[in-house]
Write a protein that binds this ligand. Structure first.
Ligand SMILES: [Zn+2]
Ligand SMILES: [Zn+2]
Length: 608
């Protein structure tokens, strides 16, 4: 018996030594070597913000023509393979105006592209991918690794006092196993404490990263004792209604009447002209062929990829989970997946309670939420509540109450004060859209009006708040600094920054006095707005337009060519009005019907 015990002990020790060695050596990686004035900070990035690359059977990177690694997120797209699979079925279907293998080919294409992110019935990934991991601080990352990190979150543009050997970037596969990733996150936290010699750390869960924070606090509540601060940035704490809609078969573009009349235009992905042009071109296929193809493609994506990914399930809002699980996970073969998603469902339901526990333990908790950007119209509920294009505000704000996008709270609306007990606090946004007092953290949640979720990393103010909060504790709440008020305006600094770069190349000696005066004023206005963190709605765009106008007028850059799509903008609605969702080949028959009906009506009128 003793022998067995000692053997077990031996194996246990070996295993634990092995698991430690995974995280390289235990040598200190910080200059401080122990608790100092800073806290090591772990970024848990959002969807697709980790490097996940295509690998071959031997675990080696597959390289493209330029010798670069190929991203596996969100899919592995091989144009050659797609053409091979779909070209002939597409041509035959076009020529015969029937489904000559097109819908199956499309389903196969989707399966082969997204198959790299497929999972088995235990929700374990089956595709050959390599996740780039950083078992070291940002300061020790290679230039290539830092470039990849900065492409997701531009740390290089926003200085922080936090020493770079205290900054860590946790990575994960967005389609990965949610329970495994959460355990990896826990191990990563311990590794960071070991490497830095610190006893407490900061966590920054961003977007999908919020789902792992939910799981971490539910499954490993002891981790709360080693946290100093949690800074949530647009966290998907209660998922996204996009996934809720998709997992409940409420998909907009599978409705032909919407597909041909407004879906593309309202998607926010295309300008109106391009959208209308595609609506017209789509009619080269009869609508039943197109719809059958789309339906099959969605079925493959949902049933073969999405519903086997527990990380995708973690993005399903708690209100949508029970019906979705009933629909997709009640089959006995899905039992292992359902056990895992049920477990996360509890974490999701307990999200607020667990954040409350953090506060009780003295952990500082901050949040950044965004509103007044219509949800992308993938799902049927897209326009029913306020959102930031990707996540509904209720999820990112921990339950704030808000009017829908484009609407305001009623004039007699009184602040709910669900979570604020200070009668002096006004938590209603200046535009009267959001009541932050109904959210869990009214005094430590920052709101950005009109900020699009997937462009969050280009909002300099959000980055500046984050850099300040991870380095210092001076900001206690939304009243601490006039530079960072509770309600602010969304912005994307890329265009203005590029315009300023162009402005630097201008030879001012060649300008007339009037031109120079306007040029100087426009540059000053642009610099000024980039140096301030508070501005009124529209001010940022005004600065952009002014600088852009003068740069064009002095010939420093060319005016953007505006393509004329007015033909399609007229044709597409006309086609919809007269022919519904039918393809071109179905139109003559319909035209005859219309003429025939007109004749019948005419004759009826005569004899009436
Ligand atoms: Zn330190
Ligand atoms: Zn308050």
């Amino acid at each position: 018996m003793k022998k067995i015990i000692s053997a077990v002990l031996c194996i246990t020790m070996l295993l634990s030594a092995f698991s430690l060695s995974v995280f390289a050596s235990s040598e200190r990686k910080t200059d401080c070597g122990t608790d100092c004035e800073f806290y090591p900070t772990i970024i848990i990035p959002g969807l697709g913000q980790s490097g996940v690359f295509v690998a071959d059977e031997n675990g080696e990177f597959v390289l493209d023509d330029e010798g670069k690694r190929i991203s596996a997120f969100p899919a592995y797209i091989q144009i050659g393979e797609i053409i091979k699979e779909a070209l002939f079925p597409a041509l035959l279907s076009l020529v015969t105006q029937s489904d000559f293998g097109l819908s199956n080919a499309l389903a196969n294409v989707i399966e082969s592209c997204f198959g790299i992110n497929a999972s088995d019935l235990n929700a374990q990934n089956t595709g050959n991918v390599i996740l780039e991991r950083y078992y070291k601080p940002y300061s020790e990352c290679t230039e290539e690794e830092q470039t990849l990190i900065n492409s997701h979150i531009p740390f290089h543009l926003y200085p922080t006092d936090l020493p770079k050997d205290h900054l860590y970037y946790f990575t994960y596969n967005s389609f990965g196993n949610h329970i495994d990733v959460t355990k990896e996150l826990l191990d990563y936290i311990h590794m960071v404490m070991e490497q830095t010699g610190h006893s407490k750390i900061n966590l920054v869960p961003i977007s999908q990263g919020g789902t792992f924070a939910n799981a971490l606090f539910e499954y490993y509540p002891e981790v709360m004792d080693v946290l100093h601060k949690v800074l949530y940035i647009v966290p998907a704490l209660d998922g996204s209604t996009i996934i809720g809609d998709v997992f409940n078969d409420r998909i907009n573009f599978l409705n032909p009447d919407y597909l041909y009349n407004g879906f593309l235009e309202n998607s926010g992905l295309l300008d109106k002209g391009t959208a209308k042009m595609i609506e017209v071109i789509a009619r080269i296929l009869p609508d039943d062929v197109l719809m059958k193809s789309l339906n099959k493609a969605v079925d493959v994506l949902v049933e073969k990829i999405m519903i086997r990914s527990t990380s995708m399930w973690a993005l399903c809002p708690s209100g949508d989970y029970p019906t979705a699980a009933q629909m997709y996970l009640s089959d006995p073969e899905m039992a292992n997946i359902k056990a895992q998603t049920d477990k996360y469902y509890q974490a999701q339901l307990n999200s607020d309670a667990n954040i409350q526990k953090l506060l009780e333990k003295g952990v500082q908790v901050f949040n950044v939420a965004q509103y007044d950007y219509k949800m992308i119209n993938v799902g049927e509920t897209w326009n029913t509540q306020n959102a930031d294009y990707i996540i509904h505000l209720d999820s990112t704000s921990m339950g704030a109450y808000a009017a829908n996008v484009g609407e305001t709270l009623p004039t007699d609306y009184v602040q709910k004060n669900t979570h604020c007990s200070n009668p002096d606090h006004n938590h209603i946004s200046p535009d009267r859209v959001v009541d932050a007092s109904a959210g869990l953290l009214p005094d430590t949640t920052f709101y950005f009006d009109g900020q699009r979720h997937d462009l969050t990393q280009h909002n300099d103010v959000i980055l500046k708040i984050a850099m300040e909060l991870i380095a210092h504790d001076d900001i206690k709440d939304v009243y601490s600094s006039p530079d960072f008020p509770q309600f602010n305006i969304g912005r994307d600094v890329r265009k203005l920054s590029a315009l300023l770069e162009t402005a630097e190349t201008v030879d001012v000696s060649a300008l007339s006095a009037d031109e120079k005066a306007e040029f100087d004023a426009a540059v000053a206005q642009a610099e000024n707005i980039l140096n301030t963190t508070v501005c009124a709605a529209g001010d940022f765009e005004k600065a952009e337009n002014r600088l852009s106008d003068i740069l064009i007028s002095i010939g420093a850059m060319e005016e953007e060519e505006v393509k004329d799509y007015s033909f399609f903008e007229k044709l597409a609605p006309w086609l919809y009005e007269n022919f519904g969702s039918n393809g071109f080949s179905e139109m003559p028959r319909l035209s005859l019907n219309i003429i025939f009906e007109a004749i019948v009506r005419f004759i009826n009128n005569i004899f009436a």
